[in-house]
Design a protein around this ligand. Structure first.
Ligand SMILES: [Zn+2]
Ligand SMILES: [Zn+2]
Length: 554
């Protein structure tokens, strides 16, 4: 079954390939337009019939037929034909940001380039800049995009591999009940980005045979010491086979980041036989350190009993509904949170400047707040009135003060004009933080892990300003964002700035993304008492009222 997002990507690819091959604009636009519209339709288009599809804006008869074709045959003939006449390297080049199909076509025909490597080489020889319609700037941004793309090849967001990895470990344990088996490497540290699933097993004569029996693993290499390959869904894995006597020592050195491990190993004086990881920490007179904290920048092992846990979260903050670009209605979202046992729900749809995401006009805000009042009368959960307010280019917020005042709290985020240098970006955010109505600063850098670096900011300056202005910082729990980065949390805590773990949910399914935000927040040492949304409803009420009073905006 294809999701709207996947179908949208397929149509985008068709349109890009048509452009590349010089098809007429009318044809290519109908596909790119369909890709855009499908991304905005709430029901799953693959389940709709031809007549319903025909009537959808931006789809029309011929696109509708392609969707039906995809459903019935699992492919679209026109896509297959285009793929067949396009060198595979060019399809990869199409994924590079900043180059549409037309430009890729020119590069192909004029320079004979068919792979990313060739393109980078041509850029370094300044050949792209000299092409008509390209120039120095385009060349520079292509170099940057390629470097970024290449450095992220074969990497995964934690959320994409966490469950597969745990499942592998439990299957192995069932197959080899007497062996010691655990995750190690960056997956055990629960890093934002994972290179491979790494598993460690103590020696057993039969490991190779057991592993070979798992059909979902494609084994590429097998030695006495390690088995490696890829899972059926293309995730790289390595299984280390170590002697029983040094199992815990190996688990330890294969888990922590390099500096963390080195600092401790040098104090072990060559001893490698331990009967647990706890014993290793004991040997160097340190408290046990949870795997997710064993990073290079860890200065001191904190009191881990107070670290935030998923079960500490009492309210769901930063959510979208069908009022803007969400998939579920406000009532559905709120009820889902209530049924999961949460005490409060903060609805923060997009603000008016985010027109592409259905941002709310002043009139719509009034209507939404009326609906909230009615829902609050009958639900056993409090809905807080909020907005994800765009931070405009000059750092001002997207509504007049009297509108901002109608919200219980305001989440301020940057969504447009992301190309900024560090001074511009920092000053833009500083101005928003200083606005008395800004309660929470949303996704601080705008990054999308593995697909878009954030704009650069002076984290310390921003955190200092949040401390001075009683602004809470969001850790956006969407696994693509995890923004603010966890490495910045220790400084925020030092400055007394609270962190809110927000799913930025655009559907009921998105609510539990708080799981990924919690994982990342723990890596930053966030404690329950500094997590804004682990406050109870009564505490949040009190906090919001006293903040408004302090700011003179109640
Ligand atoms: Zn946002
Ligand atoms: Zn949002």
């Amino acid at each position: 079954m294809y999701s709207n997002k996947e179908i949208s990507t397929i149509f985008k690819t068709i349109s890009g390939l048509m452009e590349l091959h010089g098809e007429n604009d009318f044809k290519t636009k109908s596909y790119s337009n369909a890709a855009f519209q499908i991304g905005r339709i709430h029901e799953n288009v693959i389940e709709l019939d031809q007549t319903t599809l025909d009537k959808k804006q931006g789809i029309g008869k011929s696109i509708a037929a392609k969707i039906i074709e995809l459903r019935d045959t699992g492919t679209i003939a026109v896509l297959d034909e285009l793929m067949a006449i396009t060198p595979p390297g060019l399809i990869e080049i199409l994924k590079i940001k900043g180059l549409g199909g037309k430009k890729v076509g020119v590069i192909w025909r004029e320079l004979g380039i068919e792979t990313i490597g060739e393109l980078l080489y041509a850029c370094n020889e300044n050949r792209l800049a000299k092409l008509k319609g390209f120039g120095e700037k385009t060349q520079e941004s292509v170099i940057q995009s390629i470097t970024y793309y290449q450095s992220n090849q074969g990497k995964f967001r934690y959320a994409a591999v966490a469950d597969v990895a745990n499942e592998m470990v439990s299957l192995f344990k069932t197959a080899m009940p007497n062996a010691k088996i655990e995750l190690c490497g960056d997956i055990r540290r629960q890093s934002n980005i994972i290179n491979a699933i790494e598993i460690i097993i103590n020696q057993d004569a039969d490991i190779q045979n057991h592993i070979a029996g798992f059909t979902f693993l494609n084994i590429i290499s097998t030695t006495e010491l390690a088995i490696s390959g890829k899972t059926v869904n293309e995730i790289a894995f390595t299984i280390y086979i170590v002697p029983d006597a040094t199992y815990y020592f190996n688990l330890f050195i294969k888990t922590g980041a390099q500096d963390f491990v080195d600092t401790i190993v040098t104090k072990l004086n060559g001893v490698t036989n331990f009967e647990s990881e706890e014993a290793i920490f004991k040997a160097v007179q340190l408290p046990f350190c949870l795997p997710e904290l064993r990073e290079d920048d860890l200065i001191e092992i904190p009191d881990q009993s107070k670290l935030i846990q998923l079960s500490d979260i009492r309210g769901i903050v930063h959510n979208h509904s069908t009022w803007s670009d969400g998939k579920n209605t406000l009532a559905e979202m709120a009820e889902a949170c209530m049924n999961k046992g949460f005490e409060y729900f903060v609805i923060s749809d997009h603000s008016k400047t985010a027109f592409y995401a259905g941002g709310l006009t002043e009139t719509q805000i009034l209507a939404q707040q009326h609906e909230i009042d009615q829902l609050n009368d009958k639900l056993k959960l409090r809905i807080y009135k909020s907005i994800e307010c765009d931070i405009l280019f000059d750092g001002s917020l997207d509504y007049a003060d009297d509108v901002l005042q109608s919200f219980d709290l305001v989440i301020a985020s940057v969504h447009q004009n992301l190309k900024m240098d560090i001074d511009k970006a920092t000053n833009r955010l500083l101005r928003a933080i200083e606005n008395p109505y800004t309660t929470i600063l949303g996704h601080m850098t705008g990054r999308l892990l593995l697909s878009r670096p954030g704009y650069p900011v002076d984290h310390k300056k921003l955190i200092d300003a949040c401390a001075a202005n009683d602004v809470v910082i969001e850790i956006n729990a969407n696994p693509y964002r995890l923004d603010i980065d966890h490495t910045q949390i220790p400084y925020a805590l030092k400055k007394g700035v609270m962190i809110s773990i927000n799913p930025d949910a655009h559907s009921i399914n998105g609510i539990m993304d708080i799981r990924w935000g919690t994982v990342s927040a723990r890596k930053g040492g966030l404690t329950k008492d500094m997590c804004w949304n682990s406050m109870s409803l009564a505490e949040v009420d009190k906090w919001l009222t006293s903040r408004k009073k302090k700011k003179g905006i109640s």
